[in-house]
Design a protein around this ligand. Structure first.
Ligand SMILES: Nc1ncnc2c1ncn2[C@@H]1O[C@H](COP(=O)(O)OP(=O)(O)OP(=O)(O)O)[C@@H](O)[C@H]1O
Ligand SMILES: [Mg+2]
Length: 496
């Protein structure tokens, strides 16, 4: 193929699910060797579009032209063999198998009639060496024991092992560390220059998209609304295309008054954090900010009863907590809402409705019988309140778009009466519009008098949302910032 030659074209591509139009008359031209960023709000249709391209869904209308031929993939494997490899937003792996077995699934090396696991492991290790996204990695571990990041890496390596001509990555970095993301980018850039690999890259992080991509396609509400070349990359412009409104009032106003102290932690110490003293009042958002590993998540887990501590006291709602159990804390109205939605937050076998109400099952199960009717009423109400877009509340949770899945995680806790909520990086992998909805929701909660502890990996989000920030370094609180003192410089000085 010559340079600038078109490798893939979509004409008038459409797809709907039970009345939800996920992709509407999309036209897309992808040149060989380009790296195209695909952006848009949660539910805009990004995953559906790439699944059509990769043979996972069958289109309702339109054409896909790949290397000058009109194609009708019967299944994803056909597309993969032809050179189109899709790395899913949620890795499609088999939990009971190891990473290596997953990579070579369906093409195991057979020795006699036995799968040669040693060879599979060896080959997988070679692949990891060739595509070093992470160095410390046990490919012999079962997928069920892997973190979201590790699963993502297994899936990326699996797809790369097919040497695709078009590599499609659907939010690959949402669960990866910064280091791993960087490694992935340099692998893509290398393949792009050495053998003109074409790439479609979906992400909500515009900085990443700017760094990696040669052009950006914007989807909004199932339609393509923009196609921006690198020379025109400008954050405000792209954001405007994504959400169709201005960014000036992105973060809601901060809290003006706070109530009584709801949580007081004195001298709390464990293996990972030391002599922690913090207070949280009703009606305020208290940020914990530090580098990854500085102890914020561990502290949150200890408050919630997921992790032990060796010294110190936790006074919650005027009562000293001893021998903290998660169930007790939930009963007392304190919840921790996890960030890693796939591993911690969602029960994948349940439907959307069941996932929302699952923390209520105690109240909904009369003698072990789930009251479907009652459950539906509660979950439909919650879905409405939190703006969760779904086609049928009884469908599996993973039919939702990624961002809507995250809203389910949040909604399921907010249905119960609570006093103190701990959010551990709740907006990872969420688009800018949904992020704002979550910020508004947090503010609504503080207005109702609830206290919030907010952990975030994004400094601008922390500055925008927190009323007060405790900075952390190496397991210790280093500073408390309020009002005007909340700015990037003060934060960085106290965490580095
Ligand atoms: N298998 C499915 N069944 C029913 N509805 C679906 C299915 N897949 C997607 N949808 C719906 O189609 C719309 C587009 O979803 P899609 O997953 O393509 O969005 P997305 O842009 O990838 O969002 P996100 O950024 O949250 O991942 C959403 O309203 C979603 O609920
Ligand atoms: Mg998606």
């Amino acid at each position: 193929m010559k340079e600038n030659e078109v490798i893939l074209e979509c004409r008038n591509l459409s797809k709907s699910f039970e009345g939800v139009q996920a992709v509407r008359e999309v036209n897309l031209t992808i040149r060989k060797g380009s790296i195209v960023g695909l952006v848009g709000e949660n539910g805009a249709g990004k995953s559906t579009l790439v699944k059509l391209i990769a043979g996972e869904y069958i289109r309702d209308n339109g054409e896909i032209i790949y290397k000058e031929n009109k194609v009708f993939w019967k299944n994803p494997y056909e597309a993969l063999k032809a050179g189109i490899g899709l790395v899913h937003q949620r890795p499609l792996l088999i939990s009971e198998l190891t990473g290596a077995e997953n990579i070579f699934l369906g093409r195991e090396f057979i020795k006699g009639f036995i799968v040669d696991n040693k060879k599979i492991l060896e080959k997988s290790k070679q692949l990891l060496k060739k595509y070093p996204i992470s160095i410390e990695f046990d490919l012999n571990k079962k997928v069920s024991d892997m973190t979201a990041a590790e699963r993502q890496i297994v899936e990326i390596i699996k797809i790369l092992s097919f040497n695709p001509e078009i590599l499609i990555l659907d939010e690959p970095t949402a669960s990866l560390t910064e280091r791993e993301s960087k490694n992935l980018f340099s692998i893509i850039k290398k393949l792009n220059s050495s053998r003109q690999l074409t790439c479609i890259f979906i992400s909500h992080e515009l900085d990443e998209v700017f760094e990696l991509c040669s052009e950006i396609v914007v989807l909004r509400n199932a339609k393509k609304v923009g196609n921006v070349e690198k020379v025109d990359f400008e954050k405000d412009k792209i954001i405007h295309l994504i959400i169709n409104r201005d960014l000036s009032e992105f973060y809601p106003p901060k809290s003006t008054r706070k109530g009584k102290c709801i949580l007081e932690i004195n001298n709390l110490t464990s293996r990972t954090f030391h002599h922690i003293n913090i207070k949280v009042h009703e009606g305020e958002i208290v940020g914990l900010y530090g580098l990854i590993g500085a102890g914020m998540s561990e502290l949150a887990e200890s408050i919630f009863g997921l992790r032990d501590y060796s010294e110190g006291t936790i006074i919650y709602n005027g009562e000293e907590m001893k021998n903290i159990q998660v169930n007790d804390m939930i009963d007392k109205g304190l919840y921790l809402i996890p960030g890693d939605r796939i591993k911690n937050g969602l029960f994948s076998k349940f439907s959307i409705g069941e996932n929302i109400t699952i923390t209520h099952l105690n109240y909904l199960i009369p003698r072990f019988l789930i009251n479907k009717h009652k459950e539906n009423i509660i979950s439909v109400k919650a879905a409405h309140e939190f703006g969760i877009v779904y086609s049928n509340i009884n469908r599996n949770i993973f039919t939702l778009s990624g961002g809507n899945q995250q809203k389910v995680v949040v909604a399921k806790w907010l249905l119960k009466d609570s006093k103190l909520l701990i959010f551990d990086d709740p907006t990872v992998g969420i688009d800018i519009g949904t992020k704002r909805e979550i910020y508004l929701m947090l503010r609504r909660l503080t207005k109702e008098g609830k206290g919030i502890i907010f952990i975030s990996s994004e400094i601008s989000e922390m500055i925008g949302i927190a009323d007060r920030i405790y900075t952390m370094r190496n397991g210790k609180i280093t500073e408390e910032l309020i009002g005007d003192r909340i700015n990037q410089r003060n934060i960085l000085q106290n965490i580095l």
